[in-house]
Design a protein around this ligand. Structure first.
Ligand SMILES: Nc1nc2c(c(=O)[nH]1)N[C@H]1C(S)=C(S)[C@@H](COP(=O)(O)OP(=O)(O)OC[C@H]3O[C@@H](n4cnc5c(=O)[nH]c(N)nc54)[C@H](O)[C@@H]3O)O[C@H]1N2
Ligand SMILES: Nc1nc2c(c(=O)[nH]1)N[C@H]1C(S)=C(S)[C@@H](COP(=O)(O)OP(=O)(O)OC[C@H]3O[C@@H](n4cnc5c(=O)[nH]c(N)nc54)[C@H](O)[C@@H]3O)O[C@H]1N2
Ligand code: SF4
Ligand SMILES: [Mo]
Length: 714
């Protein structure tokens, strides 16, 4: 075999896995081989099919290679990049002059989270023009965590460290597929979970489906989806009734324990069993495994969650109860605990064992015309379709989308699509035509990740369970004849045209001279614990030898607010409501390993592996409805109907069906035709995306003609 001419290392940034990749190129510069980088100390050779086929996205014949402008006829024509910037700048200027800066919004999609310069400069542009209108996927995802952090308070030192933990309770999270679960070791998830089990750690998984992660669980609790708040209230009640709370911790750091105890009192094991389908003994076992103290030493470990509870009804209450369980059990990092990852690219900061007090910014700060405020400086994405085009001061008239496809991703697609049509100006930084970019006035196609120099994001490096960083050079040239942007450049170019100077890492940028990407990375890393030069030199990523850090005792006397009035009231409402609905099945969210949300479904390798997003249902639920695997079915919710191919899945709880979002742009179907923006949470406008009622209607019926049975598509 010919020896490869060149090898290069990089890392995948599609999801939080950050998998180290190693590429071999042949003499012509063609890609000879791609594999997970076995020498990468953090990701240890792991990579999924999405990472291993990244180059197909770069080489795709559907890729957009130069800036496009919509024509009056509705199609696109090429436009020179500078001309596009000039026109965008001019139109933004006019919109700001007529309507004020809040009329200009930005939307951060998943593919700009791990691009740290875009991550920093997109909100910097809005700050520079004075707009509040920053949106991201977070508020249609797990912003229940943000609401809870603000409402209950935060612990300055974080949860019990993963490494010191005896037990993990995962609620609606599947790190083996999603590599996204807070506080868990998600890099190389298969190896990590096996190591945790080998070390004797206990894993409890609450999931209506026997997920890939639940396969490893010591206890799998399989509830009806959408009922997490009830289940968690019951769990907390049992913990308190058994006296398993950490009383010393509560005395020092907790307000409202007795009110919360009273508020969860009606969630008896029998009530919870009836409503969630989880037998009382199983709930008690889960509570015992998690919370019963050891006789001889402190039990450690935490409850953590994914999209399951945060997309169901009462999502903010569910997350509040999750943190309340951690708090009453004292499962927070203690003085003297090691800080496993003190950080690399971020400045060093002490971790203190103290409460950062609650702070309801959505009540005290800026609010839109419907009374929705902001959360960690962001407006709520599910309010965007209502704000677009309206004449109130918060109305959105121009939007810049980076690395996202909100028209597909936001619930109630028809409403979202119609709203986006009302925009005066839509700019997408996007390599493909999708449901959103098709509506754009300007599409600015970006360099894709193998073509750009990048560093693991300082903003998100805390997810690594080691002081790790990686810098990757561009390893593929841009396609011949292409005119592409680095995402950050768009924000810089627009800011310059609006005379709105940007700042990065606290330093004003020189707006007269365009910086190089590496200059900006260097600026971003000013104050870092490891020099940019050292990170850049450590090809393929390194766990750095940063000096050890330990949790310090705190000095504040702030307390967690376990039972604010709105939480007590929501618990009362929850207990009073009737769970029964007009539908006989519940739909649960779930992700597929081979695709990332709406992206890259059309790549050749993925098209061979996946044709669509099937409707998964328990075999008994299919059989009892006369549906055979492979049949097409209509899925009907209170808000709409879609059609999909049925697939039997015995890992689901009976009575639960499941289908992945993000499809329907080409193949498959968009689940967000079933969801609704009607019942949004009053704080973060979170819609309900899991656990809602549906029914199935067969689209194939059997005709019995004499002795022949014919299957006919309706
Ligand atoms: N019903 C339902 N709806 C959901 C969910 C659900 O579970 N159920 N999940 C929700 C969640 S958690 C999320 S995060 C959202 C996702 O919402 P979005 O972030 O809006 O959707 P993505 O498909 O992740 O968007 C990524 C986009 O980036 C583009 N892209 C790829 N590479 C690059 C690049 O190098 N640079 C740039 N600039 N762009 C690139 C892709 O082509 C794609 O269009 O969807 C939400 N919607
Ligand atoms: N392969 C792949 N990885 C991804 C993504 C992707 O699209 N594909 N998307 C990325 C994004 S944007 C995100 S936000 C993360 C999400 O990361 P996760 O939240 O871990 O996402 P899932 O893998 O869908 O796992 C959610 C689990 O919740 C369960 N569930 C559904 N409804 C309920 C419920 O009502 N209650 C409970 N308790 N459980 C429920 C589902 O059965 C599923 O196993 O993943 C990221 N990683
Ligand atoms: S998409 Fe796959 S290869 Fe890429 S970081 Fe995530 S798990 Fe790793
Ligand atoms: Mo997400």
């Amino acid at each position: 075999m010919e020896r490869p001419q060149r090898e290069a290392k990089t890392f995948c940034r599609l999801c939080g896995g950050h998998c180290g990749l190693s590429y071999s190129f042949d003499a012509d510069g063609g890609i000879a081989k791609v594999q997970g980088d076995r020498t990468n100390p953090l990701t240890r050779g792991y990579a999924c099919i999405k990472g291993l086929t990244l180059h197909e996205a770069h080489l795709s014949d559907r890729r957009l290679l130069w800036p496009l402008k919509r024509t009056p006829a509705g199609d696109f024509e090429r436009i020179a990049l500078e001309q596009a910037y000039d026109e965008i700048g001019e139109r933004l200027r006019a919109i700001i002059a007529a309507r004020g800066p809040d009329a200009v919004g930005c939307f951060r999609g998943t593919q700009s989270y791990l691009n740290p310069l875009a991550y920093a400069l997109q909100p910097a542009l809005l700050a520079a023009i004075g707009s509040h209108s920053f949106y991201s996927t977070m508020t249609i995802d797990q912003s229940a965590k943000w609401v809870t952090a603000r409402r209950i308070g935060m612990w300055g030192a974080g949860l019990d460290p993963y490494e010191l933990s005896d037990v993990f309770l995962l609620v609606g999270a599947n790190p083996l597929v999603s590599l996204a679960t807070a506080n868990m070791a998600v890099q190389n998830p298969v190896k990590s979970i096996k190591e945790a089990k080998a070390a004797g750690k206990t894993l409890i998984v609450i999931d209506p489906r026997r997920s890939q992660t639940a396969e490893f669980a010591d206890l799998h609790v399989q509830p009806i989806p959408g009922e997490d708040a009830t289940l968690l209230a019951g769990l907390l009640r049992h913990i308190l009734a058994s006296g398993w709370e950490d009383r010393d911790f509560a005395r020092q750091y907790v307000d409202g324990l007795e009110s919360l105890r009273a508020a969860v009192e009606p969630f008896t094991p029998d009530y919870v069993a009836e409503r969630t389908g989880v037998p009382a003994e199983m709930l008690e076992t889960a509570a015992r495994l998690f919370a019963e103290p050891y006789p001889d030493r402190r039990k450690r470990g935490f409850v953590t969650s994914g999209t399951g509870p945060s997309m169901g009804r009462h999502s903010n209450l569910s997350e509040h109860l999750i943190e309340a369980i951690n708090i009453v059990c004292g499962r927070l990092a203690q003085p003297g605990d090691p800080v496993i990852n003190p950080g690399v690219a971020m400045p060093r900061r002490p971790r203190r064992a103290e409460v950062v007090p609650p702070f309801r910014e959505w009540e005290s700060g800026w609010q839109d015309a419907d009374g929705y405020g902001t959360l960690f400086g962001e407006r709520m994405t599910a309010t965007l379709p209502f704000s677009i085009g309206r004449d109130t001061p918060d109305g959105i008239h121009a939007l810049i989308v980076d690395g996202g496809n909100p028209v597909n991703a936001i619930p109630e697609s028809a409403k979202v699509s119609a709203a986006f049509d009302r925009l005066d100006l839509l700019v997408c930084i996007e390599p493909f035509l999708n449901e959103t970019s098709r509506k754009a006035d300007y599409i600015l196609p970006p360099k894709m990740m193998l073509e750009r120099a990048e560093i693991t994001s300082p903003f998100l490096e805390v997810i690594f369970r080691a002081p790790y960083a990686q810098y990757a050079e561009a390893i593929l040239p841009e396609p011949e004849g292409a005119e592409l942007v680095d995402d950050w450049e768009v924000f810089w170019e627009i800011a310059r045209r609006l005379d709105a100077p940007l700042a990065l890492n606290g330093t004003p940028l020189d707006m007269a001279r365009k910086p190089a990407t590496d200059e900006l990375i260097a600026l971003l890393l000013e104050g870092a614990q490891v020099d940019f030069a050292a990170i850049r030199a450590a090809e393929g990523g390194r766990i750095f030898d940063v000096s050890p850090l330990h949790v310090e005792p705190g000095d504040g006397d702030a307390k967690f607010d376990l039972a604010p009035p709105d939480i007590v009231e929501e618990l009362r409402e929850l207990r009073a409501e009737s769970a029964a609905g007009a539908f006989d099945l519940r739909l649960a969210v779930r992700r597929m390993r081979d695709v990332m949300n709406t992206a890259h479904h059309h790549l050749p390798t993925l098209e061979k592996r996946l044709t669509d997003n099937p409707l998964w249902a328990h075999p008994d639920d299919l059989a009892s409805r006369g549906i055979a695997p492979g049949d097409r079915v209509r899925i009907v919710s209170a808000n709409g109907a879609i059609e999909a191919r049925a697939e039997a899945d015995a890992t689901l709880r009976a009575g639960v069906v499941s289908i992945t979002h993000g499809w329907g742009g080409g193949a498959g179907v968009n689940v967000n035709a079933l969801t609704s923006l009607g019942a949004r949470d009053p704080i973060n406008a979170m819609p309900v995306m899991t656990g809602y009622g549906v029914r199935l209607e067969p689209l194939v019926i059997d005709f019995d003609i004499g002795h022949q049975v014919r299957r006919v598509e309706c």
